[in-house]
Design a protein. Structure first.
Length: 202
């Protein structure tokens, strides 16, 4: 039986979280926000020292109830979601039955079949809802890697860049995905859409 998380009365956590999602058939993405975290009742929030994200009491079945339709829109087949729902019994365990373990195993199968966009979506599910453990951070890394590998199949031009932005906390590295129509020149005047979201739009 897992030990209950330590009680933390009130604390501030940095959970830098940038999320991007390209609408249509192209996918899902990254992670990095500043938020205040308060303990609820007698137990609750564990702060991960390295990235300052947190784990919290969570029934994985509640996640499926809330997020199954969203995952399906990411491109994960409904049959796969139902199979994962049967297999997953713990939200935070890294062993069999654990959320990240089972989704990552499914993602590796998609990788072996060179189904990179599906693998990216599956790794995205694996690190949901927050990248607060080493296994979830690895799932996030693999999510981005598979997404980039899938990009040659996109019906548009794609480029992943990283910007270095100086803030009061030092230099922050912010990734961005650029999508543009094929066969355009620098002289073409095109509209620009900027899209950023929170954890729900990973």
């Amino acid at each position: 039986m897992r030990a209950a998380p330590p009680k933390i009365a009130s604390t501030t956590a940095r959970e830098r979280s940038w999320a991007g999602r390209f609408l249509g058939k192209i996918g899902v993405f990254f992670s990095h926000s500043e938020t205040r975290v308060v303990a609820f009742g007698e137990r609750f929030i564990v702060i991960a020292k390295e990235r300052m994200m947190f784990a919290f009491p969570l029934d994985p079945q509640d996640l499926f109830t809330e997020r199954a339709a969203q995952m399906n829109k990411w491109g994960i087949p409904r049959a796969t979601i139902l199979r994962m729902q049967d297999a997953i019994t713990d939200a935070w365990s890294d062993g069999p039955g654990g959320w990240t373990h089972e989704w990552s195993k499914e993602a590796r199968s998609a990788e072996l079949e060179d189904r990179w966009l599906l693998a990216a979506a599956l790794y995205g599910a694996a690190r949901f809802p927050v990248a607060c453990t080493e296994s979830r951070r690895e799932a996030l890394r693999k999510q981005v890697e598979c997404y980039v590998r899938a990009s040659p199949s996109f019906p548009c031009a794609f480029e992943r860049l990283e910007f270095s932005i100086r803030t009061t906390d030092g230099v922050q590295h912010v990734p961005a995905h650029f999508f543009s129509p094929l066969h355009v020149s620098a002289a073409d005047k095109l509209p620009v859409v900027l899209l950023s979201g929170g954890v729900d739009t990973y």
